[in-house]
Design a protein around this ligand. Structure first.
Ligand SMILES: Cc1ncc(COP(=O)(O)O)c(C=O)c1O
Length: 398
């Protein structure tokens, strides 16, 4: 047979959540009560008014045909209006705004649309897996920017070599960050990144999927709060986390028109975009009141504290992020001899608790684990209790 996975696809490991999902199914079919703190899929309900807008639209047969690949003009206008209201940034809905089938789709396809084989991309490590794999799949070369705990999980832009800066066609930045939960203390990193982009001619992809889920009074910035950013930047957003719409597959990007045009052209050959009735739901989300995201943030913030307190009780000290929906932490003392994947696999098998191994987010993630705050306080306490039992069994085995 002449066909098989191409070498680039063959070179990337299977998506970590697919592997964990299989172990979870095995535990469930063995009758275990599984607590899933793995994938960052919000468990909260989508706002009622969003569901109503989408179902009302679905009742109209005019929404049943192919959608327009670059999205309804009303959706693009709603995105532009939301950006103006939220960040004070203005975009032309015709050339600088593009609806997506989730931001993951857009990120992957933009890299495909921009990269020639061998092109360099400055990419954080650890990172959301779609960032690095999105570079590898079209033949790009990831140039890793380590996110170290001692630097608050921010990349040290001064440490990037001249050779890497020259080779880079794109730089990817993501704050509030997945998986570390790190936030930008101010916009100085973005200003510096844009300075380098201007000097070396690359595009900054700013992944802002978690901008609305913030705690303790923190407000996440947009790269477009910086004057002139449109020359060198594109920003990705999602309704998945802000409005608990992960299954709806609705995201969008705004920014540099050359990048937007390239992505729109590629998408024109591959997909038809999001069903029009779902876009109506996204419009209702963006035009709706702010209460929903305020309440969702409060819920995730409370869960963060519940989990951090419960882990402290079992001797696992973790820090409390100011945004996103994750706790990222080093493996505790009794588990330091284990690789993060082995810790994860054994925890599912022995205690029915799913947490993500740091290594699933790149080499710099080894030694860390990521908890998603997607369960109720009771289930989070129960998960911590079971983890305590697992850690005690490791101690006893030494
Ligand atoms: C950093 C980051 N970007 C993008 C996404 C994808 O979001 P979407 O649901 O819009 O595809 C995720 C999802 O977990 C994420 O963590």
């Amino acid at each position: 047979m002449k066909f098989s996975m191409n070498s680039r696809l063959g070179s990337v490991p299977p998506y970590v959540f697919v592997h964990l999902g299989k172990l979870k199914m095995k535990a469930l079919s063995a009758g275990k009560d599984v607590i899933d703190l793995g994938q960052g899929s919000p468990d909260l309900a989508t706002p009622d008014y969003v569901i109503k807008a989408a179902t009302d639209a679905m009742a109209d047969p005019k929404t049943h045909g192919y959608p327009i690949a670059n999205g309804l003009l009303e959706y693009r206008e709603a995105i532009a209006a939301w950006y103006k209201k939220r960040f004070g940034a203005e975009f032309d809905p015709n050339t600088e705004v593009l609806p997506l089938i989730g931001s993951k789709e857009g990120l992957g396809h933009l890299l495909q649309a921009l990269l020639e084989p061998g092109d360099g991309v400055l990419c954080p490590s650890p990172c959301y897996p779609a960032h690095i794999n999105g570079v590898i799949l079209p033949g790009g070369k990831p140039l890793l920017m380590p996110l170290k705990e001692e630097n608050g999980f921010l990349p040290d832009l001064d440490a990037i070599s001249e050779a890497d800066l020259q080779a880079a066609k794109v730089m990817i930045i993501n704050y509030p960050n997945n998986p570390t939960g790190a936030t930008l203390p101010d916009t100085s990193l973005l200003v510096k990144a844009l300075g380098l982009a201007k000097k070396y001619g690359f595009l900054v992809i700013y992944d802002n999927a978690y901008s609305e889920i913030t705690f303790d009074g923190y407000k996440a910035p947009s790269i477009f709060e910086i004057e002139g950013a449109i020359e060198y930047a594109i920003e990705f957003h999602s309704t998945s986390k802000s409005y608990s719409m992960a299954g709806w597959r609705l995201g969008f990007c705004v920014g540099n028109p050359v990048a937007v045009e390239a992505l729109a052209k590629l998408k024109g050959f591959i997909d038809y975009g999001v069903p029009s009735f779902l876009q109506r739901g996204a419009i209702a989300a963006l035009e709706g009141p702010d209460d929903y995201v305020i309440k969702a943030s409060k819920t995730y913030g409370e869960r963060r504290d519940v989990l951090a307190d419960a882990l402290k009780e079992i001797g696992w000290e973790v820090s409390r992020p100011k945004a996103a929906m994750y706790i990222w932490t080093r493996l505790p003392e009794p588990a330091r001899s284990l690789k993060s994947l082995e810790f994860s696999e054994r925890l599912i098998e022995e205690q029915g608790v799913v947490i993500s191994p740091g290594s699933g987010f790149g080499p710099e993630g080894e030694g860390y684990m990521r908890f998603s705050l997607i369960q109720s306080p009771e289930r989070l306490r129960e998960a911590a209790k079971r983890i305590g039992i697992f850690l005690s069994s490791l101690k006893a085995a030494v």
